[in-house]
Design a protein. Structure first.
Lengths: 324, 320
């Protein structure tokens, strides 16, 4: 599947070094370009933003690559399968039962922890149920995932209106963040969650590489298949919760960075693919933000552009996969 | 036939219920006890009757448009919302709103029709490039195409600060339907009539280009007529009340499960079920959080996607 036309002579390690350099350049550019006023204000202000965006990008990249490994394909991603929408629904349900007022006074970190636990349970259940029913037909899986996404979004919309029809729009703003309005109260706890899952993924790396050989081979080679998949599902749910809580849903972003990483790295080793995907995510989010904001003056259109490019790539992948 | 009469009566009953729901005091009693110039009668004439008519007209037209799409694309899971048609129509409305801000509803509708037709034609072109198509891949490509078109629309709307305006066409809502603002939907009724009249042609066209030509029909003309009807119905509904997701997909499929695939026989049922469905969902949206209203787009988003999932997953895993 990967075209070998790009960077024919580079080894995965060289690719990683170049990507790391590019990531460093985009971060520096983001911090420095167009800064007015005192550095004492600009650097911490932008630093928090870079930190948040990098966290989100990394979380989405890792979640997508892991999801594609356990489902053994390169089209499915948590975003396309409605995971983001599920997290928003979980958050809405929580507010629905806590009541809008107490939501504001409730401890943000505790709330987030509760949401993540719920998210882990629900997404694992959904995944198991879905893959037991429809594992063989990839198109059915994707379509069902998309429609589940619509269902979750509509349910969340319905409940938000039931909570308080008058303040619907206001409520939506308070409840959900965007790329430019990263929820800073969750940055610390998100970082901890991401570091924790990072260590976990690191320990699973050998098993993940074996999973790439297919379920039966993996079992033959002594991988505790069910247990590894369960652990990966938990990791994915945590990562999606973090990214959605911080910036909201970005459906196609994971698809773009994961496939770009496969294309550039040309190896099945997760130890190489995962860092590449994370770096690509940081480069495209932060670099893209710099180019759009500072060069074109387009402020926060980045998410829209990602949806556009991602949609086109997705259609191309569907058509290409069909021709084989 | 007698079953059809029961269906008509059921829809009429729903329509009557729909007429008498609302904050303003309109009951059969208050209507009789007051003169025609009084408030209850005026509310009924200006707001309630137009709303109920708009519900019936758009529900039935969207359902029939879904059936046409399914016959022409030869796929059970295609409808204006899973073929890029709806998103293209919204793009057209946005375009004309930018170029001609004070444009009348009719101009908006025509612009939406043109772009809807172009978007649907693009979808059909993409389909032709897939020689061996999986049934489920077709709506998938359509949904994604819709997403791509929607992101272009979003981009312009975002740049020009029109995102909020965009929302009114994206989410179906009948609460602002008044006399003088829904009449375009009658065009949809006319188009449904044409579709019924030409139903056999569409059935034949659905069997393929060679087959159609063999029977002496001009395939391209039938295809163009069908797609034009779909585009225009979508445009009138989106301009007047917004989008109702998956309606055109679910209704024809449910009817096909009950009465089979013969289009001429199915269309009356599709009209009734489409209207009835929309009426019920609108009533739910008006009652569930009385005196507030929940837009039908949200209510139907829940019910519609749940039913779509049922249609997708009811087949056993083995033959999926």
């Amino acid at each position: 599947m990967p075209e070998r036309s790009t960077s024919p002579g580079l080894s995965p390690r060289q690719v990683l070094i170049i990507l790391a350099a590019l990531a460093a350049v985009s971060i520096t550019a983001f911090m420095v370009i167009g800064a007015k006023g005192s550095w004492g204000f600009v650097l911490p202000f932008r630093g928090t933003k870079v930190w948040g965006i990098a966290m989100v990008g990394g979380a989405i990249a890792v979640a997508t690559v892991l999801f594609q490994t356990i489902t053994a394909n390169r089209i499915l991603t948590p975003g396309i399968m409605g995971y983001d929408a599920l997290f928003r629904l979980v958050r809405t349900v929580q507010i629905f039962f806590l009541g809008g007022l107490s939501y504001a006074t409730f401890n943000a970190q505790l709330q987030f922890a509760l949401e993540t636990v719920l998210m882990v349970a629900l997404s694992t259940l959904l995944f198991r149920w879905l893959f037991n029913r429809a594992a063989r037909d990839l198109y059915l899986l994707v379509l069902v995932g998309i429609v589940f996404g619509v269902l979750f979004r509509s349910l969340a919309g319905l409940m938000q209106r039931l909570i308080n029809p008058n303040d619907y729009a206001v409520l939506q703003d308070v409840m959900f963040a965007g790329f430019n309005t990263i929820d800073k109260s969750l940055l610390m706890v998100s970082t901890l969650a991401i570091l924790g899952t990072g260590v976990w993924v690191w320990r699973l790396l050998p098993a993940l590489d074996v999973l790439n050989l297919g379920r039966d081979n993996a079992i033959n080679l002594g991988v505790a298949y069910r247990s590894v998949v369960s652990q990966v599902l938990i990791i994915i749910a945590v990562l999606v919760s973090v990214s959605t809580a911080l910036v909201g849903p970005v459906t196609f972003f994971g698809l773009l960075v994961s496939n770009l990483a496969y294309m550039l790295i040309r190896s099945h080793k997760h130890a190489l693919i995962l860092p590449a995907a994370v770096l690509l995510a940081i480069i495209s989010l932060i670099g893209g933000q710099v180019i759009l904001e500072r060069v074109f003056g387009f402020d926060s259109a980045l998410a829209i552009i990602i949806e556009f490019v991602g949609g086109v790539v997705f259609i191309a992948m569907l058509l290409k996969g069909n021709r084989k | 036939m007698p079953k059809l009469i029961i269906g008509v009566l059921a829809v009429l009953l729903l329509a009557i219920v729909s007429l008498f729901i609302g904050v303003s005091d309109v009951t059969p009693m208050s209507l009789f006890s007051s003169s025609p110039e009084d408030r209850p009668m005026q509310v009924l004439l200006i707001s309630r009757i137009p709303r109920t008519l708009a519900l019936i007209l758009s529900g039935s037209a969207l359902a029939v448009a879904g059936l046409l799409m399914q016959m022409l694309a030869r796929n059970r899971f295609v409808e204006p919302g899973t073929a890029g048609t709806v998103e293209s129509a919204i793009f057209g409305i946005l375009l004309i709103t930018i170029l001609w801000p004070a444009s009348p509803l009719l101009a908006k509708m025509l612009a939406a029709t043109v772009t809807a037709l172009l978007g649907t034609a693009l979808f059909m072109q993409i389909l032709r490039r897939i020689p061996l198509r999986s049934t489920l891949m077709v709506p998938l490509v359509g949904i994604m195409l819709g997403g791509v078109i929607a992101s272009v629309t979003d981009f312009f709307a975002y740049r020009l600060d029109l995102l909020q305006t965009l929302g009114t066409w994206q989410l179906g809502d009948f609460s602002s339907v008044l006399r003088g603002r829904y009449e375009l939907l009658w065009i949809g009724a006319l188009l449904v009539g044409i579709a019924w009249y030409a139903a056999d042609r569409f059935t034949v066209a659905g069997l393929g280009q060679d087959f159609t030509t063999n029977l002496g029909l001009n395939y391209r003309r039938v295809l163009t007529l069908g797609l034009s009807i779909v585009a225009m119905v979508t445009a009138t509904v989106v301009v007047s009340v917004g989008t109702i997701p998956f309606l055109g997909l679910i209704v024809p499929n449910l009817v096909a499960m009950a009465v089979g695939d013969n289009a001429r026989r199915a269309i009356p049922w599709i009209v009734l079920l489409g209207a009835g469905f929309v009426l019920i969902c609108d009533i739910i949206g008006r009652v569930i959080r009385f005196p507030y209203e929940i837009p039908i787009g949200t209510v139907f988003g829940v019910i519609g996607s749940a039913l779509f999932l049922y249609l997708l997953l009811r087949r056993r895993p083995a033959d999926a």
